[in-house]
Design a protein around this ligand. Structure first.
Ligand SMILES: *Cc1c(COP(=O)(O)O)cnc(C)c1O
Length: 393
């Protein structure tokens, strides 16, 4: 296989070898198992003496192609593709921790990742400590002798806080912990955590990687040794990605760079628009010069990402009215779609948290999160403007 150097070319030209049909675009391999030439080949494949497909829970040409592209784009040796982002999160934690171990995690993680850390792992005597993404100076003291993993998301959901990956890479090495970064919000086009020392990288491919709101998927990335453990875990427990979804996701990667550039351009324009708006109390976007971690954003991200958060002056009631007044923008629980999406975390995804817990993860009562789609910017802005007007009256 030819190895390319540039992101766009890797994403487009990395593909499974053509069959005798000489197809230009890679076909869909819907097959559960693969035929052995003879008993000797079957033995050699099962003994890992020969590389090749055996059964689609282990490998499939479509899932292998998707994983191989992702590994090249993230700059890791290997990758394993999973059925969902949560399957990736779990498969990146479970094989590496055992009873008695401890995980240090940023409190600002995705809702179900939070549940895995606080409800699933403790059932197996794996303890955790949460640290505040805005207080990195407190993190080192929270590392224990049995801390085996540090888990973070940057930018965080939904408030878009950042943590310094270079600093974190050094901290985790110093204490012999695995650094696990959920890179879902940035995608490898904006940020490559492996470059800063992340050992494991996870993605929900459901978001920007599909980018069109169609299929679920995930991926875990790392060096050969770590991914071998993930692969064995997945072989035993079965969270593998379906060939159809892998085929869709591999096709989607071909346009990831182009889509991310436009998502980010629309997001920056919206952030700049809202920043000067009289009815908006605050705006958070990593590439706004007023963003508290602007220098860090510029250092570790290529562009600011496709999400913008803002707080309406009218608080909770305004947030609710704003969402009800939207005409084009969708109210749905996804992000990273061609369609612009708005959510109100205080009344939906984070409604079970107390006000104090919401404050810890920077979710104000009137906070609105917008996932910028690829519609014309004027249509996005006009819908937001008319909804803001209705929210204050
Ligand atoms: C959506 C999401 C997940 C979970 O992914 P699914 O594909 O929905 O299982 C994990 N982490 C982050 C940051 C997400 O946004």
């Amino acid at each position: 296989m030819v190895v390319y150097k540039n992101f766009e070319t890797i994403a487009i030209r990395t593909q499974e070898k053509r069959s005798e049909n000489r197809e230009h675009s890679v076909p869909l391999y819907l097959t559960s198992s693969y035929v052995f030439d003879d008993a000797e080949q079957a033995r050699a494949l099962f003994a890992d003496e020969e590389d090749g497909n055996i059964y689609s829970r282990f490998t499939n040409p479509n899932t292998s192609e998707f994983a191989s592209k992702m590994a090249q784009l993230e700059g890791t040796e290997d990758a394993f593709a999973t059925a969902t982002g949560m399957a990736a999160v779990f498969a990146s934690i479970a094989p590496f921790l055992k009873s008695g171990d401890h995980i240090l995690a940023s409190r600002s993680v995705f809702g179900n990742t939070h549940k895995v850390i606080t409800e699933v792992l403790p059932e197996w005597d794996i303890t955790y400590t949460y640290v505040d993404i805005k207080k990195p100076e407190t993190w080192e003291a929270a590392i224990q002798t049995n801390t085996k993993m540090i888990f973070v998301e940057t930018p965080s959901n939904p408030a878009l806080d950042l943590i310094d990956l270079e600093w974190l890479g050094k901290l985790s090495k110093k204490h012999g912990c695995l650094l696990n970064v959920d890179n879902c919000f940035a995608t490898p086009f904006l940020q490559q955590p492996a470059k800063w020392g992340a050992d494991l990288i996870t993605h929900s491919a459901t978001k920007y990687i599909d980018g069109q709101g169609r299929v679920m998927g995930g991926v875990v990335l790392g060096n050969k040794e770590l991914i071998a453990k993930v692969r064995t875990f997945a072989k035993r427990t079965g969270p593998s990605l379906s060939p159809f979804n892998a085929w869709v996701l591999s096709k989607s990667l071909e346009t990831l760079a182009l889509r991310m550039e436009r998502h980010c351009e629309n997001a920056l324009r919206l952030a700049e628009y809202l920043e000067q708006h009289d009815d908006v109390a605050s705006v958070s976007y990593p590439f706004l010069s007023t963003y508290p971690n602007y220098e860090l954003a510029k250092k570790q991200m290529k562009l600011g990402g496709g999400l913008v958060c803002f707080e309406l002056k009218g608080g909770l009631e305004s947030g609710r009215k704003f969402l009800n007044a939207l005409e084009m923008i969708s109210l749905t629980a996804n992000l990273g779609d061609t369609r612009t999406i708005a959510t109100h975390p205080a009344s939906t995804t984070h409604s079970k948290l107390s006000e104090e817990e919401r404050r810890q993860v920077s979710i104000g009562a009137g906070l609105v999160r917008v996932s910028l789609g690829l519609e014309h910017f004027d249509d996005i802005k006009n819908d937001i403007e008319q909804a803001i007007q209705k929210s204050i009256n």
